[in-house]
Design a protein around this ligand. Structure first.
Ligand code: NAD
Length: 376
């Protein structure tokens, strides 16, 4: 069985889906492993390092992919890449089926068995494959560093001969995987941190990291599988009213609120941003799915009344070595889960396969993906 990792084609994607360590693991399971020359360059992994792990280096994507049984990628393939995949090949990547309807259809046409990492079930058995979590953790960590770098003041309290410096106040909205990592990082830098989430279940986790959990007199919005459910406009309006004073007091605001498959909820209006102190910084981790902050511009850094708002895209790609290592482990664990005696075994009774497999045997087999594609 041949496993191939081509170079990522998406602009600014520095991560790679295979690292030498995971190649060693796949080879130990009896798989033949190849990468396209330069595939690891963005993550500072040279072809030599792959060769030392017994990986074949192939110059052209077409040669690499034409007989690959399994293809490992970070981003969804481009249309030109789909055409290079072998009939019946397995593909594992982030697929974003909600916005990549045409690619999903093309994968089905080419009889590719495509797994979308966004659709993995959040169950204990799948934790080692959970790429959404590994990459969200990285984004939460980096969001705080980006804010600290731009903030007009120090994060920690400091006693100096010239007087005492008060610590920065950080507010994290959305305390899921990214939010909890942001809280932990801001605490390590010495800030005074508070956090809010519509799921009160996270209160203890927030407090155990040394932050204050903000409780608002609003009904819980707990959905299925540990996620939030979609909130009404009325709920969000009340929430903005109640959280306003906390936003105004913060020097740094990190927003991470999301509801799976939906536009990010609007937590902070332009008026609320104008109520913040000049010199404050907002990092909107939901920028790519519509933004939690009204004034966020995805992919840009904007300043409004002295408040800097970062809508940076693809933050995990800015730390490509660590995020590739984590991502590659997630992908290798999923691949090895699907391989029995050197061949891919598709068991649709298995919750992991049932949830995350999007196309198989020429069909779109995932109900959620089917609905999105037909709606588009
Ligand atoms: P996510 O990215 O979908 O959302 C981030 C956070 O935003 C969530 O905590 C959500 O409650 C919050 N949110 C939504 N609307 C909001 C609003 N209006 N105001 C404030 N906050 C709002 O979620 P995620 O980080 O991927 O994961 C969420 C949870 O899933 C985790 O906390 C955990 O309980 C669970 N999880 C389980 C596993 C596992 O068991 N394998 C793995 C990862 C996550």
């Amino acid at each position: 069985m041949k496993v191939a990792t081509p170079k990522e084609l998406t602009h600014d994607e520095r991560r790679v889906a295979l690292v030498p360590d995971t190649a060693t693991k796949l080879r130990a399971a009896g798989l033949d492993v190849a990468v396209q020359a330069g595939a690891g360059a963005g993550a500072f992994i040279a072809d030599d390092a792959y060769e030392q792990a017994g990986v074949r280096i192939v110059t052209h994507a077409a040669d690499l992919l034409k007989d690959a049984t399994a293809v490992l990628k970070v981003q969804a393939p481009m249309p030109s890449e789909v055409e290079l995949l072998a009939d019946g090949a397995l593909l594992i990547s982030f697929l974003q089926p909600a916005t990549q309807g045409d690619i999903v259809k093309a994968l089905a046409r080419r009889r590719v068995t495509a797994f979308s990492l966004e659709l993995l079930p959040r169950i204990s058995r799948a934790q080692s494959m959970d790429a959404l979590s590994s990459q969200a953790s990285a984004a939460g960590y980096k969001a705080v560093l980006m804010a600290a770098e731009r903030l007009s003041k120090f994060f920690p309290m400091m006693m100096t001969a010239a007087g005492t410096v008060a610590p920065a106040r950080v507010l994290v909205m959305g305390a899921g995987v990214a939010g909890l990592q942001a809280i932990a990082t801001a605490r390590r830098l010495g800030a005074v941190v508070s956090a809010y989430d519509v799921r009160p279940a996270v209160k203890e986790e927030v407090q155990s990291l040394g932050a204050t959990f903000i409780e608002l007199p609003l009904e819980t919005q707990e959905g299925e599988g540990g996620y939030a459910r979609e909130q009404s406009d009325e709920f969000l309006r009340k929430q903005r009213q109640l959280i306003g004073e906390h936003v105004a007091k913060s020097d740094v605001l990190i927003t991470t609120a999301a509801v799976p498959g939906r536009r990010a909820p609007l937590l902070v209006t332009g008026e609320m941003v104008k109520g913040m102190r000049p010199g404050a910084v907002i990092v909107d981790l939901a920028a790519e799915t519509g933004g939690n902050v009204e004034l966020t511009e995805a992919g840009k850094e904007v300043e409004v009344n002295g408040v800097t708002i970062l809508g940076t895209r693809n933050i995990p790609s800015t730390m490509p070595l660590t995020t590739s290592q984590l991502y590659a482990r997630n992908v290798a664990n999923l691949l090895l889960h699907l391989v029995k005696d050197g061949a891919i075994v598709m068991d649709f009774e298995d919750e992991i396969t049932k949830s995350a497999c999007v196309t198989h045997g020429g069909e779109i087999v995932n109900e959620r993906a089917k609905q999105v594609v037909s709606a588009a």
